[in-house]
Design a protein around this ligand. Structure first.
Ligand code: SAM
Length: 255
């Protein structure tokens, strides 16, 4: 299974993000493996879309343990803030990096974020936890500095349609266009069941547009040829499930 995901936790219907308190360490262990798709495909693509971060402030929403943000600080980013509901952070984050436990649905009530602007705002496999996706993106847009952009990555919805079609004996199209939620066991901890809201690629594009954003660049990253040779099982997974979508989003000036 891919190292990253943006599923909702079924065991805690009141607060779908709650399961991450239990899941966070297992997720980070999986992400850390040398053959994790996050390491091989997702982070290189995310890093590529971010470009030069020197002197840039970065807000990472759903930052996990803050490891990606720490790398950006090493690459010259400044005044960086990571927000995650799990609070699974190292005891001493690097200078220039603030990690806070908080909810990406309530940005303005996170003291480290309220009243500030950032050059780059990240939703890396975390946007699925937005209860009201348009409201959440609008709130992030309002926190962008001049010339700022949002980097948002999300699992290819076709991946879930493939899995559900196999499980239910249905077709790809039936599952891709279905509207009901579905559940499955998390690959990071078999005791935790995740529930997903369905979405199509046009759903995503319409959310960006309704939030006053335009897509400056989009990527469907794949393994490098070297990684394909070294990790054929990961190439087999990608051939079947496609991977993630990555978007660089800028505010529309007319919105
Ligand atoms: C799939 S992980 C991605 C982590 C990291 N962004 C990465 O790319 O490796 C999803 C993250 O979203 C966090 N999360 C879930 N619900 C959240 C919420 N309501 N507010 C903030 N973070 C949340 C989880 O704790 C988890 O760290």
């Amino acid at each position: 299974m891919a190292a990253s995901d943006d599923s909702r936790a079924a065991d805690s219907p009141g607060d779908p993000s709650q399961a991450w308190t239990a899941l966070a360490p297992d997720y980070e262990r999986a992400r850390d493996r040398e053959d994790s798709l996050d390491r091989l495909v997702e982070w290189p693509a995310q890093r590529d879309l971010l470009g030069d971060v020197s002197g840039r402030s970065v807000l990472d929403l759903g930052c996990g343990n803050g490891g990606k943000l720490a790398e950006l600080v090493r690459d010259g980013a400044t005044a960086c803030v990571g927000v995650d509901v799990s609070g699974n952070f190292p005891s001493a984050p690097a200078p220039g990096l603030e990690l806070v436990q908080g909810d990406l649905n309530e940005l303005d009530s996170v003291p480290a974020v309220a009243g500030r602007t950032f050059d780059r705002i990240l939703f890396l496999q975390s946007f699925g936890y937005a209860k009201d996706p348009i409201r959440t993106l609008k709130a992030a847009r309002a926190r962008l500095a001049d010339d700022g952009f949002i980097l948002l990555t999300k699992t290819q919805p076709i991946r879930y349609a493939v899995e559900q079609a196999e499980e239910n004996g249905t077709s790809l199209g039936e599952e891709y266009f279905a509207t009901s939620r579905f559940s499955y066991r998390s690959g990071w901890n078999d005791d935790i069941t995740l529930t997903k809201r369905r979405y199509t690629i046009s759903d995503l594009i319409n959310v960006f547009s309704a939030a006053g954003l335009w897509i400056e660049a989009a990527l469907e990253p794949q393994l490098s040829s070297d990684a394909r040779r070294r990790y054929p099982h990961k190439q087999a997974w990608m051939d079947k499930h496609l991977g993630i979508l990555a978007f660089r989003l800028r505010p529309r000036q007319d919105a």
